[in-house]
Design a protein around this ligand. Sequence first.
Ligand SMILES: Nc1ncnc2c1ncn2[C@@H]1O[C@H](COP(=O)(O)OP(=O)(O)OP(=O)(O)O)[C@@H](O)[C@H]1O
Ligand SMILES: [Mg+2]
Length: 254
Amino acid sequence: MRLQASSSVAFDESPAVSGSKSGELLRVESLRKVFASGTQEIAPLDGVDICVERGEMIAIVGPSGAGKSTFLHLLAALDTPTSGEVYFAGNSLRSLAEAELAEYRNRAVGLVWQRHHLLPDFTASENVAMPLLIQGTPVGCALREASERLAEVGLADVVEHPAGRLSGGEQQRVAIARALVNVPSLLLADEPTGDLDERNAEAIFELMQRLHRSHQLTSIFATHNLSLARRADRVLNLEHGKLAPAGEARVTRV
Ligand SMILES: Nc1ncnc2c1ncn2[C@@H]1O[C@H](COP(=O)(O)OP(=O)(O)OP(=O)(O)O)[C@@H](O)[C@H]1O
Ligand SMILES: [Mg+2]
């Protein structure tokens, strides 16, 4: 991970940068998230424990409302747990100052959502460049980097097209390129193929697998598509607040 020199936290570097390919990247201990729902409380996460090795691809499955998105939000530090800990490269997210958390969100983690959240009137390359522009990267450098990422996801020909005019599958490719533009070490994807037809879902999943390998990512994705989930290294089921190996999957441990 390319952290700015201003950060006091010694996050580990992305394997793509440092060459470190093994060992624990992420550890979650006794994670709990409670939401108020009227006069009641619900706890979609009620004691989640997991250790994720660098380079793993993990699928999270489970019924709608089980807490998959909630879990990914906590891993991305977009929300805070009620209790429990998330450690990234040995650092407890809870212990980080706000500036360090922003650094973690922007640099360590790449996010892909079911709906891509692109800016429709901006070009594909402007959308991909946006995280770099927000950090103050000069426009020319940011757009060049964006074009390279777009070529990598097979979209070299639509770099200058407004994102809103691209097909659903193309827009999701743009979103994946945008997620990778900051060279993250952890890719979190929430139902990345959820809005796509079968053919596009397959193509997007294959792309994610290819990028997972070529960028030496650690990837965690939530999905309702069990046949795609089974192609991950591990499939975990989130239900009743707990994360456990899914029944029929190629699973060895949590
Ligand atoms: N900000 C919030 N405030 C209150 N309740 C919430 C909030 N966010 C999520 N919930 C509740 O937490 C539970 C888990 O929601 P979550 O979106 O994580 O489920 P999910 O497994 O991602 O479902 P789906 O498969 O439909 O996407 C649900 O009951 C949801 O209503
Ligand atoms: Mg969800």
